[in-house]
Design a protein around this ligand. Structure first.
Ligand code: DX5
Ligand code: ZN
Length: 222
């Protein structure tokens, strides 16, 4: 199975956002990953609702919105209105994760849960059937361009087993430090969706780089 590719717009040239979104429209990318940071849950601030809305105005692909914010339940409707198709909240930011997932569903969005590198995947076991997408953070959230954490492979395998055991349809997304150097091994471990920010936007040819990621095969099948 080929991976779903979700380039992270965080690494794009914000002064030319329309051009960058149009490039993604032309590319083999499947989704556009939109990183929202509040300066409280993570030690950085990215952008918010109006910029998401502006991306959506030009995007011809689903917006995969990753909320790295405290109290995400307060902003779900605003992000839905701004064009989010998938909304991921952080496990660590939700007091009542099950309730928040129902709220996302009621808005008509796909449900996502992101987990930090230190959070065991087993904690999602009792809500896995409510989750369309688990975003496994392979760096500490807050910044693009960080080094991939190797323990991620192990987490992906464990999560794959939980999904299978529970008969869930959940997709596994990997976010942080993804490149063609680790994409094959991630797919072989059970990943479905690859997010890539700096690897795509810092490349000389982002279109070709996205196409290269899309061609990733499970290393075990090579
Ligand atoms: C990190 C963000 C990531 C980031 C990925 O907090 O959630 O989506 O943009 O960027 P790279 O691919 O550069 O690690
Ligand atoms: Zn992200």
């Amino acid at each position: 199975m080929k991976p779903i590719i979700a380039p992270s717009i965080l690494a794009a040239d914000f002064a030319n956002l329309q051009k960058e979104v149009e490039m993604l429209n032309q590319s083999e990318a499947d989704w556009i990953h939109v990183d929202i940071m509040d300066g409280a849950f993570v030690p950085n601030i990215s952008f918010g609702i109006p910029v998401t809305e502006a991306i959506h105005r030009y995007a011809q692909k689903p917006l995969d919105v990753h909320l790295m914010i405290e109290r995400p339940e307060k902003y779900l409707e605003a992000f839905k209105k701004a064009g989010a198709e998938i909304i991921s909240v952080h496990y660590e930011a939700c007091q009542h994760l099950h309730r928040t997932l129902q709220q996302i569903k009621e808005l008509g969005c796909k449900t996502g849960v992101a987990i930090n590198p230190h959070t065991p995947v087993g904690l999602l076991s009792d809500v896995i059937n409510e989750i369309d997408l688990v975003c496994v953070m392979s760096v500490n959230p807050g910044f693009g361009g960080q080094k991939f954490i190797e323990n991620t492979y192990h987490k992906v395998r464990e999560l794959r087993d939980i999904i299978q055991a529970k008969g869930a349809q959940t997709l596994i997304e990997i976010d942080g430090g993804v490149s063609t150097a680790n994409a094959g091994k991630l797919m072989a471990s059970g990943a479905d969706v690859l997010v890539a920010g700096s690897f795509v936007f810092n490349a000389e040819n982002p279109l070709q780089t996205i196409a290269g990621l899309k061609q990733t095969t499970d290393e075990k099948n090579v």
